[in-house]
Design a binder for this molecule. Sequence first.
Ligand code: PEP
Ligand code: CO
Length: 449
Amino acid sequence: MNEPWTPASWRKKPITQQVVYPDRDALEKVLDSLAQLPPLVTSWEVETLKRQLAEATRGERFLLQGGDCAESFRDCRSDPIASKLKILLMMSIILVYGTKRQVTRVGRFAGQYAKPRSSDKETRDGVTLPSYRGDLVNRNDFTVEDRTPDPTLLLRGYERAALTLNFIRSLVQGGFADFHHPDLWDVDFVNFAERSDDYRRIMNAVGDSIRFMETIAGRKLTELNRVEFFTSHEGLHLDYEQAQTRKVPRRTGWYNLNTHLPWIGERTRAVDGAHVEYFRGIVNPIGVKVGPSMEPQELLDLTAVLNPDNEPGRLMLIHRFGAGNIDACLPPLVDAVSRADRTVLWCCDPMHGNMITTETGIKTRSFDDILSELDQAFDIHERSGSVLGGVHFELTGEDVTECIGGARGLQEADLARAYRSDIDPRLNYEQALEMALLIARHTIGEPKK
Ligand code: PEP
Ligand code: CO
């Protein structure tokens, strides 16, 4: 039997990926300060997102979730933030067109600062130091000073999350999303794409639809300029998440007010572990990553613990199997969930099962593998009578060279040119947009080849 939940009850459970701070008192002081600071998001925004995810669960909406693998403090600057918004916005418009549904945009931003690692330690030239776990915990340079977990980084991370969110809210309200601005659609890579005619046709159709609606309305659709963005991050650092877990007036339950949509990673989803214990008690919509080792019964146990009332919009399963595994792994899970009548939002993360390492040791992903996993995900859900309600990407709005393939045909040799991610490789601006065009082509029901 489970003991009663409290924001701290996870402390009695076995925990993985735990950060060991050399100075526990310093950590406690920081956590006290964090708990005093005003929240980053509000309960009504969290409830709005939950309602939207319930719609996506029923196939009435589509979720686009994306952003960096790990946000870095150094990228808390106006250009990277604005370009991330822009790419998510453009992808979402293309997806509205393709899916014929409203699209909810959720960024992996304003708090995606803590990373799970496969090993606690890293050894270079005979020197062993703690692994880099994201800017919330330590720094990437390979020195004792940088790699030692520093609790003040929790405060620095929280402040940067607030600065990021502040800028996002201002941009969105100020009408940065002006669809009429030709620059927004000036996407030169289309000229290099094999499917350039298809891409142009979709982009033109999007423009025509907006003009058509405006003609009918007899005015500019200014509400199009104000779009909603929600935030999400992996809820990995439970001390940090607990500090902003609160009750709010006139609502029942505890909210994590660090972010709208926290998720549990593949490495911390043990049903009797600390992360699942923390997540079961908060009322936010939540995600869980689902990788190849997940067994149907384990998944049913997780859904029972995390969404005992079968509330629509509460639980999202983000599957990430890899292009070569999805066909074997996904159908039994979809089948088990359907038979047990569990209400979940299925979302495909085609990034985390498709990592490859080049001969020179660079971590990358291939555009074709990512697309293949997505295409298969759409097909499998359709065949199983279930709904793929969303997609989850690691991407950036900038011109990096981290994933290979796409219309420009990025090769292994190009990776060195602009590889900036500290952890996982991201789709660049053009690759992300092309991915949206290909999904749109798929979801509007046209032949794929
Ligand atoms: C991630 O989303 O960056 C991540 C680490 O994913 P996963 O937990 O699915 O491996
Ligand atoms: Co990642």
